[in-house]
Design a protein around this ligand. Structure first.
Ligand code: SF4
Length: 510
């Protein structure tokens, strides 16, 4: 039998994959660090280092198990820096007769690999990544022509996979405990430090600097905190179950200046690189809950399960149902550039300074910081969703397009016109003040709509509804906002719009 070459991408670190059950002398695996993947968007330095380090660990583990792995480092002299050129070279040198790859999670790479296969003069094939609960097109098939409603899909998943079910009924007789999961942090549950793994990644950092790879953000290269192996991913999940899960749901939307992650698991990088599978994450949460029902309520657990079994799978399904068109949707025709402080965190708006600063320093922020502080501002200010997407895709350690674009362009920016969310997720300062301790330390006054030091979110919020009335007034979920707007005097509306215009005119100085 001739030799087979199998490609494993950087986000396909699934050691439980059926490809890897037994070593086969006729199979060669290839993993590669290529400039192609560093340049399609500018990445945060921690994201780049985390992927390279985790890939190297994975290759090492495979080799230890007896698999033959060709690992191409970014600075290898024979690295041609594209997937296609490296594959062609190996096929020639190794006398390969068949090429296989795991289905990528990005449309861009999916198209590229299909093209590569067309050009190769040997047999080719693809395999599932064996990571998700769903197949690529399961969401599309589930809804058919109907509106993609996450809640319906989530219930279907709960039933199908018998998660938090009592017979045919949801545990606790309720599908969703979301309304119990919206508390500001009140100090009642003690905060614990996030678990950090303290890796030394200085050699890798040196390599990307020598190769002059463009990146942004900060890194402590001697104390790199992220899990870089499956064992560490499992440890992170155990820590979450033991210390954070009992309070996760209650405070999942809360934000604090002094504690960046509160009770969040920060498992997203390990999960999105497939070092740990969603069924394992859910299994750990459920088994911990079973043993500790005296201290963990159903609401905490359901909140977490909804994110993993519901949102995560749903977003991936929407991605494959709606790409490539999804990537260019711009419902509001927003065109403005990102303010300069997206790259520095230097703004007088304390919430944005903290959330962007945290993203630049740690390559991570939790879902409400991403959605209701940064994304909220971007939408209210009319920033171009192409630029917003590129920033989110670059800055977050867990950002791979299938999960980034659906959450950013769809959920956060409503650029899809309502495919993912039925209304735009926007708020004035009142919500940010309710859910965080940011406003107390801010240059701006969260109570003021106009005038000196009025919080920019307030005028931009009403201006957003005013300028988009033609597109949004008929949306029954936000009818209340238009009723309020109608009751405002024209002088008040003029003043708010004037204030919004002033702020948008000096956006870099805000
Ligand atoms: Fe953010 Fe406005 Fe609060 Fe300042 S006052 S922290 S800008 S919401």
């Amino acid at each position: 039998m001739g030799k087979t070459l199998r490609l494993i991408l950087g986000d396909q670190l699934n050691s439980g994959h059926s490809w890897l059950k037994a070593a086969d002398k006729n199979v060669v695996y290839v993993m590669m660090e290529v400039m192609q993947e560093q340049e399609y968007v500018m990445h945060h330095v921690q994201k780049m280092l985390a992927f390279f380090a985790a890939m190297r660990n994975f290759a090492h583990q495979l080799t230890k198990k007896g698999h033959r792995v060709i690992y191409i480092k970014l600075d290898d002299t024979d690295n041609a820096q594209t997937i296609e050129a490296n594959i062609k070279r190996i096929i020639k040198h190794e006398d390969i007769e068949r090429f296989e790859y795991q289905l990528p999670d990005e449309y861009r790479l999916d198209e590229q690999l299909k093209q590569i296969c067309k050009k190769l003069k040997i047999e080719t094939g693809s395999a599932d990544t064996e990571h998700y609960f769903t197949t690529r097109y399961e969401v599309k098939e589930f809804f058919g022509d109907k509106y993609f409603l996450m809640e319906n899909f989530y219930r279907h998943m709960r039933i199908k996979h018998q998660v938090l079910m009592q017979g045919s009924k949801p545990a606790g007789n309720k599908w969703n405990f979301d309304h119990e999961n919206r508390k500001k942090y009140d100090g009642k549950s003690p905060l614990v430090p996030p678990v950090e793994f303290n890796h030394d990644v200085s050699e890798l950092k040196k390599m990307i600097d020598i190769k002059k790879v463009k990146y942004f953000g900060e890194v402590d290269e001697k104390h790199f905190p992220w899990p870089l192996s499956r064992n560490e991913a499992l440890k992170l999940m155990d820590y979450f179950c033991e210390h954070l899960l009992p309070h996760f749901g209650t405070y999942e939307d809360a934000m604090l200046q002094q504690h960046i992650s509160l009770f969040h698991s920060r498992i997203s990088f390990a999960q999105n690189s497939k070092m740990i599978a969603p069924h394992e994450v859910i299994g750990k949460v459920l088994s911990h809950y079973d043993k500790n029902k005296h201290e963990i309520t159903l609401a905490q657990v359901e909140g977490y399960i909804r994110q993993v079994l519901g949102w995560r799978e749903f977003m991936r399904g929407v991605y494959w149902a709606k790409m490539p068109e999804f990537a260019s949707l711009n419902f509001f025709d927003h065109r403005d550039e990102l303010p300069e402080w997206f790259w520095t965190g230097k703004t007088k708006m304390n919430c944005l300074s903290k959330c962007i600063g945290q993203s630049l320093n740690h390559a991570w922020a939790h879902h409400i910081q991403r959605l209701m502080v940064i994304g909220n501002f971007a939408l209210l200010a009319g920033l171009n969703p192409d630029e917003v997407d590129a920033w989110y895709l670059g800055v977050y350690i867990d950002a791979i397009e299938w999960v980034e674009i659906t959450n950013t362009r769809g959920m956060s920016q409503f650029a899809d016109g309502g495919i993912i969310g039925s209304k735009p997720y926007v708020s004035s300062a009142a919500y940010i003040n309710k859910m965080s301790d940011y406003c107390g330390n801010c240059h701006y006054d969260y109570k003021k709509k106009t005038g000196e030091r009025a919080c920019p979110y307030n005028s931009l919020y009403w201006n957003f509804f005013y300028r988009n009335a033609g597109k949004l007034e008929g949306n029954h979920r936000i009818g209340m906002m238009y009723n309020i707007l109608k009751k405002m005097s024209s002088d008040d509306i003029d003043e708010i719009n004037k204030q919004a215009d002033i702020y948008l005119g000096i956006i870099n100085e805000l």
